[in-house]
Ligand binder design. Structure first.
Ligand code: AMP
Length: 273
């Protein structure tokens, strides 16, 4: 990978990197499309990163379908698929981690303590191996995107970070590799995350400015379906992820909800002038 990326740079070509954990869907492919249309060469990495899973999480059962992913990427015209093994990335003696402070303690970081340290460590390693000009991430994981932006800023990395909008199923559910854990009735419950976000945006547009009212309306919509176990409902500042009382200026509404075996996340950004 290093040799190929160096050759690409020597040819004066720009390189785009799309890091993923595979089991690709249209959300992932939208990132690859953007890279293909803005960079000369595109690398997609697939690596189910053990360092970002907690001990009771779904590392072993995380969905994988390498053959179908490979065909899809070939069809799109992606130039390289980077498939490191766990041993490549984390040999036995491995002991160096990248930790972004504060903003990783909130939201997903609060219930998944290993998550962001694992993500930033892996992404920094990928950046060093591939040395991309641009790297593409989805706003579905908006906190992850901000954590990566912070790392890039704080560590003076010369990489352009591009965030792209959430791609949804026709019924509004944000696409996710984990959606395949959902049975039919769970799927109905899962839909309520986006419905709750839509309702919240509507209430805010109509003048509601209390963050607590919005949190509680969201909770009612999600819990109405049954089978949902809320991890968090947040109405917060979109950079620092501190909870708000009053909705003003740029605000993020973010949710994490367990539905059956799946932990689903969704979010939206609103701007109130
Ligand atoms: P993952 O394979 O889940 O680690 O995701 C790899 C990248 O794809 C991350 O940058 C995600 O934010 C992005 N991604 C995942 N789902 C979506 C989606 N529905 N829409 C846009 N981007 C997504």
């Amino acid at each position: 990978m290093k040799t190929w990326s160096q050759q690409t740079r020597e040819e004066g070509k720009t390189l785009g990197l799309v890091p993923t954990m595979g089991y690709l869907h249209e959300g992932h492919l939208s990132l690859a499309h953007k890279s293909l249309s803005t960079c000369d060469r595109t690398v997609v990495s697939i690596f189910v990163n053990p360092k970002q899973f907690g001990p009771n999480e779904d590392l072993d059962t995380y969905p994988r379908d390498l053959e179908s992913d490979r065909l899809e990427l070939e069809r799109l015209g992606v130039d390289a698929l980077f498939l490191p093994t766990s041993e490549d990335m984390y040999p036995e003696e491995f002991q160096t981690y990248v930790h972004v402070e504060e903003i990783t303690d909130k939201l997903c970081g609060e219930s998944r303590r290993e998550l962001f340290r694992g993500v930033t460590t892996l992404v920094l390693k990928l950046f060093h191996i591939v040395k991309p000009y641009s790297a593409f991430f989805g706003e579905k994981d908006r906190q992850q995107l901000e954590v990566i932006r912070k790392m890039v800023d704080d560590l003076n990395l010369d990489i352009q970070i591009v965030g792209l909008p959430i791609v949804r199923e026709p019924d509004g559910l944000a696409m996710s590799s984990r959606n395949q854990y959902l049975g039919n009735t769970e799927r109905k419950t899962a839909k309520s995350l986006n419905e709750a976000l839509q309702k919240a945006q509507q209430l805010i547009a109509q003048g509601e400015s209390s963050a607590e009212t919005i949190r509680s309306r969201i909770r009612t919509i999600i819990e109405r379906e049954g089978q949902a176990q809320v991890d968090y409902i947040s109405v917060c500042d979109p950079k620092r992820f501190e909870e708000l009382e009053e909705i003003q200026g740029k605000t993020m509404i973010a949710l994490a909800v367990h539905v059956g075996k799946a932990r689903l996340i969704d979010n939206c950004l609103i701007e109130r002038i």
